[in-house]
Ligand binder design. Structure first.
Ligand code: KE4
Length: 428
């Protein structure tokens, strides 16, 4: 398995792109080898520029839930592109997309399309502040909500992996109103709300943490957040950029039966094209321009090509519940076997998973929040990643990310993945 062309491209890339990549995690910074440059994708596989094939568990960080380069989505994109790429005007498919989501997600009465998850979160927070007239936001250490200034406070994902709890360039003025609670610790939220009476506009949470590795909500955590927000007249924002339309068609809010006031989406609703969205209660969303005083805009928001891709994917997901059954069964098979192995072999690792999302933590401690996730041995994860890559399995190049299964993964993919996983520990 050579990587000469990837190395050559990386050498060129670092001269003209910061770190050689357009998003930090792609640089394999936590891994210590040149990143693989990918030439094409299909189904459960990706193919690098040196011709190596990998069973892929990044899944473009979640959007390609049906598998890479699904023909139905590609055809929708081609058909839409024949009518033009971007109009800067209202289009019918934007109405269809909004109507479809509002018809199928009970908490969504109105929705606004944007071009990324970051933009969705930034806008939802602005809408929450505009609606409540309050300034403070509570987030959770280890949860990542994109790179808007106010959110880069003890963020998970890339920032966490690079060990920088805050980001340079983010001014104290931008983060002074962002308070950080402990995931799965309702008392930490209650304390912040009581210490800041009448000042908290919203609590934002990843209903399943997927940016500190995969960390599940403890029983009662999400309902507790709903209750605390009601008691303190704060809005509850579910950041479902990863979990939306992944953990069942109605996402984490449907799975856990907790209704947020606002929800942010990304990834799956674009099917690989640049799409984010925020939506929820009509009285909150009607604060958003041009109908209300909260300004938010975007040249490519609701782009017709991106809408064609995303709506096609959502329609397929909504029409075929067997897709989610398959994703769950595959997750139980693969992650369940991994968990049983580390337990049987008394290996100091933790496997967390929910349906198609999973994570192998290199720590002996149960992982329930940011602090326990950080006990993971990132050097061991890097060695594991390199072993799996060499075995033709492409994982997230960082401990504090998730594994994503798609509907295109097969039993033989899972078998090959488990064998490579077991091989890592057998050769220790
Ligand atoms: P984007 O701006 O990257 O589209 O979405 C930001 C975002 C918001 N909320 C959640 C829960 C997210 O997971 C994300 C982005 N996820 C990362 C993966 N950990 C994207 C990968 C990357 O940064 O390259």
């Amino acid at each position: 398995m050579t990587a000469d062309r990837s190395k050559e491209l990386f050498e060129r890339a670092v001269t003209c792109i910061p770190g050689g990549v357009n998003s930090p995690v792609r640089a394999y910074g936590a891994i210590g080898i040149a990143p693989r440059f990918i030439a094409s994708t299909a189904g459960s596989h990706i193919y690098d520029v040196d011709g190596n094939a990998y069973i892929d568990y990044i899944d473009s960080w979640g959007p390609c839930i049906l598998g890479h380069n699904d023909e139905r989505i590609r055809e929708a994109v081609v058909r839409a592109s024949e009518r033009g790429l971007s109009f800067g005007c209202a289009t019918e498919i934007e109405v269809e997309m909004a109507e479809f989501i509002c018809a199928h997600i009970p908490s969504i009465e109105m929705i606004r399309m944007v071009s990324s998850g970051t933009e969705a979160v930034m806008s939802a927070i602005r809408a929450a502040r505009g609606y409540t007239g309050r300034e403070k936001i509570i987030k959770f250490a280890g949860c990542y909500h994109g790179h808007s200034d106010a959110m880069l406070v003890s963020a998970g994902s890339g920032v966490m992996t690079s060990g920088v709890p805050d980001s340079a360039g983010v001014t104290p003025g931008c983060t002074k109103d962002t308070m950080t609670a402990v995931y799965n610790d309702l008392d930490s939220v209650k304390q912040l709300l009581e210490e800041n009476p009448g000042q908290v506009a919203a609590v934002i949470v990843e209903p399943v943490g997927a940016n500190m590795g995969v960390v599940l909500p403890a029983d009662g955590f999400l309902p507790g957040l709903r209750r605390l927000c009601d008691e303190h007249q704060a809005l509850l924002i579910f950041d479902e950029v990863i979990t939306g339309f992944r953990l069942g068609f109605t996402g984490a809010q449907g799975l856990y039966g907790v209704t947020p006031d606002l929800t942010t989406y990304g990834k799956i609703i674009g099917a690989g094209m640049p799409v984010g969205a925020y939506g929820g209660r009509r009285d909150v969303m009607e604060m958003v321009a041009p109908v209300g005083p909260v300004y938010q805009a975007g040249t490519l928001s609701g782009n017709p090509i991106a809408m064609a891709a995303g709506l096609t994917q959502l329609q397929i997901l909504q029409s075929d519940p067997a897709i989610y059954r398959k994703l769950s069964e595959m997750g139980d098979t693969l992650y369940g076997r991994m968990a049983a192995y580390v337990k049987d072999q008394q290996i100091p690792c933790q496997v967390t998973h929910i349906q198609s999302l999973g994570c192998l933590f290199f720590t002996e401690h149960p992982v329930t929040d940011y602090a326990s996730a950080k006990t993971a041995d990132t050097a061991r994860y890097a060695a594991y990643f390199r072993h799996m890559l060499g075995s033709g399995i492409h994982l997230a190049p960082a401990q504090f990310e998730a594994m994503f299964l798609s509907a295109a993964h097969t039993e033989s993919d899972l078998e090959a993945t488990f064998k490579a996983f077991r091989g890592f520990f057998e050769k220790q």
